[in-house]
Design a protein around this ligand. Structure first.
Ligand code: PFF
Ligand code: NA
Length: 452
């Protein structure tokens, strides 16, 4: 970590590495460790993984650059950044809807993100207490069902997780976010490498997991798989809901946006792939199937922790880190609305955090209940949890991303963007073509195919 950034102020990160840490902290989370393996499993592996990587490169990276550039050029919360840009350009305020939608999306995602993060905390605690030690795979399944069926246990851990999120966020961008990230991110990476070593050398099924991830079986590439791969690309990079716009506002002027975007996308993809290479060999080693769904991590991986020596400790560390990865993402989910509320209502950051966090906590209870007491309540054929997850993944994030791309590519002044990105002309034109045409067109095609 090199020294302080000379232009640092109250409103920019202190250290030139912090934006990468913060953006990577936002990106790397449940999406990589919990979600990527289980949806790759559900959609049959290889071909899905390939589509996913294609979307990261063609859509994710250019959009990440656009969001950061918009945020940094305005140095305001996403809503006020959009307001400033639309009024300077003298165009319709309808474009500000991008920011409203972004705040809503972040809010909705956090309501279920916190519940899943709560599961991880619960598992960290149970593993540490030795509860799982020596348990058979069938009993591990029962444990998971027991947690999901218990509204009170889930509410307890959901409350703890939202409490932690509020605590870190209220601490502000320096003492809260910046300090925490510098410890959390390297530790997380190290632990995943250790787990990878375990799955390579102790499961005897590493190559089978590897083939599942990387052998292309194109008959698996249904329309639904393509939509899911795109939704996951947005979700995993925290795109389409103005998060990186919010963080970009704190980014020092001398950071390179393109280089940062590539680094973040690379780290995030690496973490997803490592997670898959950890989970699938362990799944096979326990005679289970990759298509287990949302319980994949909490059942298959946990079975391995139950049976390996020292598994209680390794499992505790693993789930604690999943919780930490989730925390560094949760704080970014709240940032777009938080930044706006503090600007709009001259309210302290702490008060605003408690208000918004409290509301997220409350709505989150619907997700908790959708697994048990409200399991019969269906809207559009889905319980609350699936409804919120699908609405954000399949519609709101891609739509938000496409609108952001259209705004950056077709509406904004080109000089503002070229100034923020400082690419040479050739590269800038490639970026512009991706943002103007490739991003909106792929989102449109995928959405249409999803709805038909
Ligand atoms: N990128 C996070 C993950 O992969 O877990 C989830 C997320 C965080 C999505 C922040 C969107 C966001 F704004
Ligand atoms: Na991610």
């Amino acid at each position: 970590m090199s020294g302080q950034n000379p232009t640092a102020s109250k409103n920019t990160w202190n250290n030139r590495w912090t934006f990468i840490l913060a953006a990577a902290g936002s990106a790397i989370g449940l999406g990589n460790i919990w979600k990527f393996p289980y949806i790759a499993g559900q959609y049959g592996g290889g071909a899905f993984v390939l589509m996913y990587i294609l979307f990261i490169v063609m859509i994710g990276v250019p959009l990440l650059m656009a969001e950061a550039a918009i945020g940094r050029s305005a140095r305001l919360s996403p809503l006020n950044a959009m307001r400033k840009l639309t009024s300077e350009l003298g165009i319709t305020r309808a474009w500000n809807g991008i920011a409203w939608m972004g705040m809503l999306t972040g809010f909705v995602i956090l309501t279920f993100y916190s519940v899943i993060a709560g599961w991880s905390l619960s598992y960290a605690f149970e593993l540490l207490s030795g509860h799982f030690s020596g348990m058979s795979p069938a009993d591990v399944v029962n444990e998971f069902d027991g947690l999901v069926m218990s509204a009170s246990r889930q509410t307890f851990w959901h409350t703890i997780f939202m409490g932690l999120t509020i605590f870190v966020t209220a601490g502000g961008i320096h003492k809260g976010l910046e300090k925490g990230l510098q410890v959390m991110m390297p530790t997380l990476f190290l632990l995943l490498i250790i787990m990878l070593g375990y799955s390579m050398f102790a499961t005897g099924e590493f190559m089978r997991g590897f083939h599942f991830m990387f052998d292309f079986n194109f008959s698996n590439l249904t329309g639904a798989a393509v939509v899911a791969a795109m939704g996951q690309a947005f979700f995993t990079l925290s795109l389409g809901m103005c998060t990186l716009m919010a963080y970009g506002a704190y980014m020092p002027a001398n950071n390179s946006i393109p280089r940062t975007a590539l680094n973040v996308a690379f780290l995030d993809t690496l973490m997803a792939i490592i997670s898959g290479l950890i989970v699938f060999p362990i799944v096979y080693a326990h005679g289970m199937e990759p298509s287990a769904g949302p319980g994949l991590l909490f059942i298959s991986l946990t079975s391995a922790f139950a049976s390996m020596s020292g598994g209680s400790l390794v499992g505790f560390i693993f789930f604690a880190l999943v919780g930490i990865a989730a925390l560094s993402s949760a704080i970014s989910l709240i940032e777009p609305s938080l930044a706006w509320v503090t600007e709009r209502f001259s309210m302290s950051r702490a008060t605003a955090t408690i208000l918004i966090g409290g509301l997220v906590w409350f709505v989150g209870l619907a997700n908790v209940l959708s697994f048990n007491h409200w399991s019969e309540v269906k809207i559009l054929g889905r319980g609350f949890f699936d409804l919120f997850a699908d609405a954000t993944d399949l519609i709101l994030l891609p739509l938000g991303g496409a609108l952001t791309a259209i705004f950056a590519g077709w509406v904004m002044k080109r000089s503002v963007l070229s100034n923020e990105l400082s690419l040479d002309t050739g590269m800038f034109n490639i970026w512009l073509a991706l943002i103007r045409i490739v991003v909106p067109a792929s989102v449109l095609l995928v959405l249409i195919s999803a709805l038909t």
